[in-house]
Design a protein around this ligand. Structure first.
Ligand SMILES: Cc1cc2nc3c(=O)[nH]c(=O)nc-3n(C[C@H](O)[C@H](O)[C@H](O)COP(=O)(O)OP(=O)(O)OC[C@H]3O[C@@H](n4cnc5c(N)ncnc54)[C@H](O)[C@@H]3O)c2cc1C
Length: 354
């Protein structure tokens, strides 16, 4: 059994950012199955980089390589209420990315001093003051890793969160995305509200001649609701070409800032594992990066009460989640949404040439 100061479980935006920022004085290991093999793990995601995430990179003085971008960059979102058939356009400032390339790029920034374990953590136990992680590598070989501190950066379905807070339930949806050969006349983003099939939202994104349609659905009957909604969108005029890929995963949607859990007893949670994701837009990359930055600052200071300090430093992010919770009724309660959309507030007018 090998001993580390810090073991990070999960190498998405949260885990990769933390691994990049931790002081080299620590012996750190990052556990994640993703490799640059095309068939290896790829996060089911819209791959839109929000202004908050762009700001996080600006604060690191990092620039984004252009080969992470996909074609085209789009400046507005078509917001559609399928119940009322009401539609509005809103200006957006996202960057349209290849999410898999983005994750690999973040990993490429990790210093060599961080050891990599390509595989998954299967079990967590505690012995004296050490955490013992039973892991299986991508070839099926087992290894046990011991660490003084562990960090759960393992996303929505976090095993670290379940280990630390077995009773904790954060509202969860099943996100399903299907990739199609593009058949729509023009690439576009859309945000879809359809209370008949989901009380959350759905979206479409065009990327490199592929049309991605995805949505977040209650886990029960999620696949059926996805297909019903797809048919309703088809009736509305969306074109779904040949299916190239279908993917699904859990996505969290906190109902309150108290849903966020940051960890205890030298075990920490960052990113979506902590429940840090916008309940209004499901934007999570900025929360993942910013929570990792905060935890790195705390751990690098070698604070004896790091878990408490981290919990306090995350309060502004809790407040941000609370602000998003307050925004939700205006997006998700049909009568309020109708009022907002009818008012035209913040919407833009599209001028089409005949
Ligand atoms: C369908 C969908 C679309 C989305 N679109 C957007 C978007 O356009 N823009 C945006 O900002 N956010 C979006 N989000 C949210 C965003 O993807 C997440 O909030 C963000 O990826 C969280 O980053 P993370 O590093 O915390 O977790 P993740 O990105 O989920 O990374 C977790 C990592 O941990 C690894 N892992 C999990 N369990 C283990 C284990 N036991 N052992 C080892 N490794 C493990 C996984 O393989 C993964 O690499 C979307 C989410 C979904 C579901």
């Amino acid at each position: 059994m090998e001993n580390f100061d810090i073991a990070i479980i999960g190498g998405g935006p949260a885990g990769a950012t933390l691994a990049r920022l931790l002081d080299e004085k620590f012996r750190v290991i990052l556990i994640d199955e993703k490799t640059d093999d095309e068939n290896s793990f790829s996060k089911c995601c819209g791959g839109l980089l929000s202004p908050d995430a762009q700001k996080a990179f600006a604060e690191f003085d990092l620039t984004l390589p252009k080969d992470l971008l996909v074609d085209p960059q789009i400046f507005s979102v078509r917001t559609i209420d399928l119940q009322t058939k009401f539609e509005r356009h809103y200006q957006r400032f996202y960057m349209n990315l290849d999410r898999r390339k983005f994750d690999l790029w973040l990993e490429s920034l990790i210093p060599e001093s961080v050891e990599r374990f390509y595989g998954r953590c299967k079990e967590i136990t505690q012995q004296d003051k050490l955490y013992c992680l039973k892991c299986t590598d991508n070839d099926g070989a087992e290894r046990t890793i011991a660490a003084k501190k562990i960090v759960g950066a393992d996303g929505a379905n976090s095993m670290v969160r379940k280990y630390l807070y077995p009773e904790k339930e954060i509202r969860r949806y099943t996100a399903i995305q299907q990739w199609f050969r593009e058949e729509n006349a023009k690439p576009f983003y859309s945000c879809i509200f359809d209370p008949a099939t989901s009380d959350c939202c759905s979206w479409t994104i065009s990327k490199d001649n592929v049309f991605i349609y995805g949505g977040a659905f209650e886990p029960k009957d999620c696949r059926m609701m996805f297909e019903i909604q797809k048919q309703r969108l088809s009736d509305y005029g969306f074109k779904f070409g040949e299916i190239l890929k279908t993917e699904a995963c859990v996505v969290l949607r906190p109902k309150s800032p108290f849903d966020i859990c940051t960890g205890k007893n030298n075990a920490f949670l960052i990113g979506e594992a902590a429940g840090l994701i916008s309940p209004s837009s499901l934007e999570g990359i900025s929360f993942a990066i910013n929570s990792a930055r905060i935890l790195a600052e705390v751990l690098n200071k070698n604070n004896m009460t790091a878990d408490k300090v981290y919990g306090i430093k995350i309060i502004p992010m809790r407040i941000k989640i609370f602000a998003k919770v307050l925004k939700c009724p205006f997006m998700y309660v049909p009568s309020l949404r109708k009022l907002v959309m009818k008012s035209g507030l913040s919407s833009i007018k599209i001028t089409k040439r005949n």
